[in-house]
Design a protein around this ligand. Sequence first.
Ligand code: CP
Length: 341
Amino acid sequence: METDLISIRDLRKDDIEEVLGLAAKYKSRSPASENIDVGEKVLGTLFFEPSTRTRLSFESAMLRLGGKTLGFGSVESSSIMKGERFSDTVRTFSHYCDLMVVRHPSEGSARLASELSAIPVINGGDGPNQHPTQALCDLFTIEMDKKRLDLKVALAGDLLYGRTVHSLAQALALFGSDILFISPSSLRFPSYLKEEIAQMGIRVEEDDDLKKAKDCDVLYMTRIQKERMSEKAYEKVKNCFVVRKEDFEDSDTLIMHPLPRVNEIEREMDDLPNARYFDQVRDSVPVRMALIDLILNGKLEVCEGETEKGKCPNQRCITNVESMDTKVEKGRCLYCEKPLD
Ligand code: CP
């Protein structure tokens, strides 16, 4: 059975536990799986946005499993520059590989890619919507340190456009973590997601003071997503939060960041024992090895629901870029995941 990983919503708690358990085996280099055999398989990376970590850690994971990788170096070197549509590029690319990681600025693009291709698709980031594999890497780093995931976690920075925090908050809620959202007022965590998480029985708080994170087990800092806002809007918020050594050097709070960072964590923080952002980079390889193993072996089952036809009002949604109807599932666009009302 073909399995895609498009949204953290696709996974149940026990699926996530399975990924983290297998990642721990890959990390300790014990024989991790009896079934893995990727020697002839090719992982394709179809990236329409820049990436260092996601793309290279997937490539590293596939190479370490004995497989092969391909991808165009940049959008500029591809036929997208001749005006080729996303959907045609995906259909073409899917014939060149056995598993595809897609990153694209439009929300819902990875879901559409999964429908257009006969091979498994992993979402490597669809605009400001989801980055589910980053959330799995983040959970792994937290669990390695804290040995549990029912914690108090502060998510800080650009909570509106930062896709990593959308996926991570949903994943943490599955494990019972309380969440403190810290952001400027213009970049608040989306209210529809906040309500969903609160309905799961999670204590959700909102603040604009970064020092409140000192009472949390984890401070997960994020970059302001300059590429998703106007220059004027960026100027107003670009230096809104900086994690400073003087505030966190005597603290047990883990300092995390999906990277890249710009100026939101002082370089002086890097050598502190609670700085974990380069551990996240290291841990991403065994987590992505586990995902490739499970997906290529058809061992990761994802939840699928009933849908009906509709029109998505979100102009950033891939259905509007590709001029198509959406599928509505429980009042939400199946592609960009936003509520339709
Ligand atoms: N964390 C992350 O997605 O980094 P890249 O943008 O470098 O892939």
